[in-house]
Design a protein around this ligand. Sequence first.
Ligand SMILES: *[C@@H]1O[C@H](CO)[C@@H](O)[C@H](O)[C@H]1NC(C)=O
Ligand SMILES: *[C@@H]1O[C@H](CO)[C@@H](O)[C@H](O)[C@H]1NC(C)=O
Length: 375
Amino acid sequence: MCLLFCPQCSPITMASSIVLLLVLLLVALSLLSVSANLVSIDCGSSDSFTDENTIKWVGDDEFVSGGKSQVVQTTNGVPRVLTTLRVFSTRKRNCYSIKAEKGAQFLVRATFFYGNYDKKSSPPEFALLLDGNYWADVITSATDLVYKELVYVANGDFIEICLAQTKPNQLPFISAIEIRGLGTDMYSHVDAEYAMVHTRRVAYGATDNIRYPSDDYDRIWEPVEGGDGLVKLTNDLHIIDTSVPDQPPAAAFQYAITTSKPSVSISLGTDLPTDKVPIYIIMYFTEMSQLTTSETRSFEIYIDGKSESDPIVPVYGTVTEMYITNITASSSTNISLVATADSTLPPLINAMEVYYVSGPLTGGTDSNDGWYSSP
Ligand SMILES: *[C@@H]1O[C@H](CO)[C@@H](O)[C@H](O)[C@H]1NC(C)=O
Ligand SMILES: *[C@@H]1O[C@H](CO)[C@@H](O)[C@H](O)[C@H]1NC(C)=O
């Protein structure tokens, strides 16, 4: 792709550039849609379609038995995949089973859009399980979609996603399931017997969600505008080197946030639970313009007022990645970027991912164990 932008490549005519681009696009598309490591399931539907992000969705018939297909009440302006859902009225655990490569690392995303399909204006609450392990309580919304996401290494030949009733008369349902294969060297600082449960993934200063095709792995990076004394920066460069272990999308480095002066720190929201959990936080940085010889930017990660990192010096044109793990934190933990004493410029940040580490996963994926939720 960079061929199109580099001045040394003038022998390539516009026409052949376009052909090249199309070929690259087709290769990328075929990789994405034939890969056994990628499945996008439109729950409650029997049809296949391709969405505006070129993601191919399939109906859910072959992945689940039981349940009933339903359609949300208003489909106007609702993405097609969210217009149908499958609801389960039995109190037994209900599971989707998706073929996977044992030992490979996956991102698993489950999406829930109530859309008043039952005309009761009563969005339910229920439990979500992965391979027989408790994953999350799903509290659905009358107006918004809710999604749960985690990263883990498959321990069997199938990924099993189950829903279970936890409240009387609140029927579990699901709108979409997305499985994305990740490189084995990504997110490598957590042992394979634990899952990384996503709470937040943001691109600071971005204007829209960033996901596939901007992110090869279809992670969703939500935009966070500056706000509250924060200043948005725009990168002088269009092409930067993002080849760090967790392969963030280049689009996440178009913007950054900073503060007005070095003495003002950046406090980072994490969406972590209210109880302390072991965390896995990844931050990404790049310098946004060529600094003059008198300018320096250097800062550290502070957790509850104490420095937890060496000084970070973002580099122009290249991404620096930092991770924090092996500590526990909660929604009230203060995670901040604080300029070092010698820094003439305030701290900045481009993107961040926040996960917490699950309890040890048990391998069991036996869907016939007749587990019933407590009433
Ligand atoms: C969070 O920590 C930073 C850095 O130590 C500090 O400047 C800031 O006042 C703290 N914020 C709160 C709300 O405690
Ligand atoms: C986590 O902390 C323990 C004890 O402090 C240490 O032995 C271990 O090496 C640390 N693990 C990582 C990944 O830093």
